[in-house]
Structure formats: structure tokens, C-alpha cells
Design a protein around this ligand. Structure first.
Ligand SMILES: Nc1ncnc2c1ncn2[C@@H]1O[C@H](COP(=O)(O)OP(=O)(O)OP(=O)(O)O)[C@@H](O)[C@H]1O
Length: 261
């Protein structure tokens, strides 16, 4: 799926008290690639994902997927195309891990929610490939942060989306699971947009990067073109070295702050 966002804006609050958060963002996501969104805390990354996922209504702008207006779809239609894994998954669900993953099948259910349509095979498969099959019967509330994160990814994949939106998907994961998750996501034949804080992981796994700063996109394109030390210094206030690692991967090493936050 090709995602095309134009002039997307959002303000918190209304009327005279409205505070502009996103100031007219353009975003292009190529089919099948992993696009990373990076930027300092509070710059608007989650807001951007929420607008694309339809969780918030923009104050202006368009969101198109393969030429289709995503903002005009019903929530159910949109959920067959777009899946979102949120930064802070809900903790109060009275469900097992398998039931959480089955939630991902709801947009595909027939009127009577028949078993075949529930996609039992899809659920088993995504739980196995997400490494959470052994947690299937565990109560959601008893799972660790990292286990919840992986179950939420399985739930999103059970949706069989054409666009996968991930908000800090490596949160709570140990290093092996961070690398495992991003390797898997990078190999998915699905257009994926992931908000990432770790520039080194973003450099290693993302085909494209979008840099957001104070509610605006300040750079976008192939990772090697975007990830320049001068831009990182300007946006994050950090002095980094960007060097070639194995294959065509890049490595980002920080050396210090250029300014104290
Ligand atoms: N409902 C709201 N009311 C008021 N301010 C809001 C609201 N939602 C978001 N904001 C503000 O908008 C800004 C952008 O928030 P957002 O969560 O998109 O940032 P972010 O880039 O994802 O940050 P982080 O890296 O810290 O997760 C922040 O300053 C936040 O406080």
C-alpha cells in the first residue's frame, strides 16, 4: 500500500484555546517498505500515527492509501486496511492473550462471527511467528511489558493490514527481541511505519526515515540520505557519528550532547 499524506494538521483543544501540534505534514510511504519516524519527545509522532489510523480527526489535510481516502472510510473498513500498535497498551483487559489476538479478526468477521471467518488459523499462525504461542492461555493482566508488546503486534498482524503503524514497538523489549521484532517487521510484505527513538536501530532497519521536529517534517527519504550528523545535532541536540556497518546498514554512535536539554 502506498500512503500519501498531505498538509495534515491537528490542534489540541478548540476555538481560542486550540494549541497547534501538527502544522501541515506531508508524508509518503512506499509500498512494502519500513519507514521510521524519529523526532524528539513531544514533536507530534504519536499524533501523526493517530491521525493516519483514524483515532483523531485532523483539522485539515488528506490521508490516502493507494488513492483511496482513508478519512472517508468507516472504522471497520479502515481496520481492514490499517492496524496500529499503540505505545502504551491497555492493561485492564479481562482477556487471555489469544483473545487479545483474536480482537484483530473483528474487522473481518461476518455477521454471525462464524469460526471460519474468525480466522483461527491466522490467529495461531501470527501467535507462532510473533513468539507468543506459549502465552495463549495466560491472562493479559499477568503478562510482562515485553510480552504484551509482542501480543499486541500479533493482534495487529491478525488484522492482515496493508499498512501497519507501530508506536515505539521496541519499548519494553530486551535487545534480542528488539532486533528480532524489527528484522521480522522489515521482512513483512506490508507497508510499515514505526515510531522509533533508538536512532541506531532506525538506521539499521528502516528503508526510509521521516524526521519530525516541533510538529513539522524537516527531512524525509532513504535512511542514508536523511541520517546526517548535522541534522541529528540540529533536531536532537546530540553529536553523533554515522558510519557504515555490515551489509548496507548504518550505525549511529553518540558522542555527547551539543546542548543540554
Ligand atoms: N489531547 C491533548 N491535549 C493537549 N496536548 C496534547 C494532546 N495530545 C497531545 N498533546 C501534545 O502534543 C504534543 C505532541 O504529542 P505526541 O504524543 O504526538 O508526541 P510524540 O512525538 O509522540 O512524543 P513522545 O516521543 O514523547 O512519545 C505534546 O506536546 C503533547 O503534550
Amino acid at each position: 500500500m502506498r500512503l500519501r499524506v498531505r498538509d495534515l494538521a491537528w490542534s489540541a483543544g478548540r476555538g481560542a484555546h486550540a494549541v497547534p501540534i501538527l502544522h501541515g505534514v506531508d508524508l509518503d510511504v512506499a509500498g512494502g517498505l519500513l519507514t521510521g519516524i524519529v523526532g524528539p519527545n513531544g514533536c507530534g509522532k504519536t499524533t501523526l500515527l493517530h491521525l493516519v489510523a483514524g483515532l483523531r480527526r485532523p483539522t485539515r489535510g488528506t490521508v490516502e492509501a493507494d488513492g483511496e481516502d482513508l478519512l472517508a472510510l468507516t472504522a471497520r473498513e479502515r481496520a481492514r486496511r490499517v492496524a496500529l500498535v499503540e505505545q502504551h497498551p491497555q492493561t485492564g483487559l479481562d482477556l487471555t492473550a489469544r483473545q487479545v489476538v483474536e480482537l484483530g479478526r473483528i474487522p473481518h468477521l461476518g455477521r454471525w462471527g462464524r469460526r471460519r471467518e474468525r480466522g483461527g488459523d491466522v490467529v495461531e499462525e501470527v501467535m507462532a511467528t510473533s513468539g507468543v504461542a506459549h502465552l495463549a492461555d495466560r491472562a493479559w493482566g499477568t503478562l510482562s511489558g515485553g510480552e504484551r508488546q509482542r501480543v499486541q503486534l500479533a493482534r495487529a498482524l491478525a488484522q492482515q493490514p496493508r499498512l501497519l503503524l507501530l508506536d515505539e514497538p521496541t519499548n519494553h523489549l530486551d535487545l534480542a527481541h528488539q532486533i528480532g521484532l524489527l528484522t521480522r517487521v522489515a521482512d513483512l510484505p506490508v507497508s510499515t511505519v514505526a515510531v522509533l527513538h533508538d536512532l541506531d536501530l532506525a538506521a539499521a532497519f528502516c528503508d526510509h526515515l521521516v524526521v519530525v521536529h516541533a510538529g513539522r517534517v524537516v527531512a524525509a527519504g532513504p535512511t542514508a540520505e536523511v541520517l546526517r550528523p548535522d541534522l541529528v545535532a540540529e533536531v536532537f541536540g546530540v553529536d553523533v557519528r554515522v558510519e557504515a556497518a555490515s551489509g548496507d546498514r548504518l550505525r549511529v554512535q553518540w558522542r555527547g550532547l551539543t546542548e543540554v536539554p
